[in-house]
Design a protein around this ligand. Sequence first.
Ligand SMILES: *[C@@H]1O[C@H](CO)[C@@H](O)[C@H](O)[C@H]1NC(C)=O
Length: 262
Amino acid sequence: MSPSKYKDYQILEEEGKEDTIRRTISPRSRHAFLLAFAFSVLLNVICLSYIALHWHGETTNSLSRFAQLPKQDGIHLTKTPFSSANDTVADAEWEALDTTPGTITLPDEFAQNHGIRTGMRFPWDESQGLYVIKGFHNLHCLKAIRRSFREYQQDIPQSQNAGHILHCLDNLRQSTMCTASDDLIPVVSNEVEAGLKMQCRSWEKLTTWALDPERHACYDYIDEYRHAKHEIERFGFCPESSRYYPNMKEYFDREGHQDPWT
Ligand SMILES: *[C@@H]1O[C@H](CO)[C@@H](O)[C@H](O)[C@H]1NC(C)=O
């Protein structure tokens, strides 16, 4: 037998003594052991990678970044009254979309912890910044673009400033390209919309998050299709129960109200 077939083991306490344990391991079983070990390591790596990827997906893909909203059950992309051929019906749907929850105030700490710039000061608590929630801003933009289109259709003068419309179109473009949605819309018998089931977050839950009295900036556009000359008037909607109410009241008691538009 060649020395390579033997492995010598010595029991530590008995080192130096004659008593040496000899074990014989055949090259074949050693090979099998190494193979099994390598396979086990590989399985562990696959398992851990899966967990890591899954975890990554849970925390950064499913939950929204600030309101922490999960993706919920799918809904089908379909025709809705928003695209009704009856203008009265469609107009009513679009006008009922409330964009006022979209302006909120947050402590600077929140912005710092989430790695975003701090917003300009909230008039009723100068230690806090102002933020507009993008989903609501997108809706605000769609409403402005639609309003402009409806005016064109009805051959009435444009109320929307061209600059605002162009800003909105570019904003929606950036938002769309940033999302880079790879949802697939199966083409089904010429009805392009019918086949897509979208994974969605709850708009209602986002609205609830935005309307938390601690967070909502007491902001109401009053008329979101107009440019406000006195923007401060739009912040005048704190309910009495809000902790911002006393500062708001103090300001308007002192300064009085102005026409927001002129
Ligand atoms: C459009 O819808 C409104 C409200 O439901 C209805 O009163 C009106 O008759 C409809 N118009 C047409 C042209 O169908």
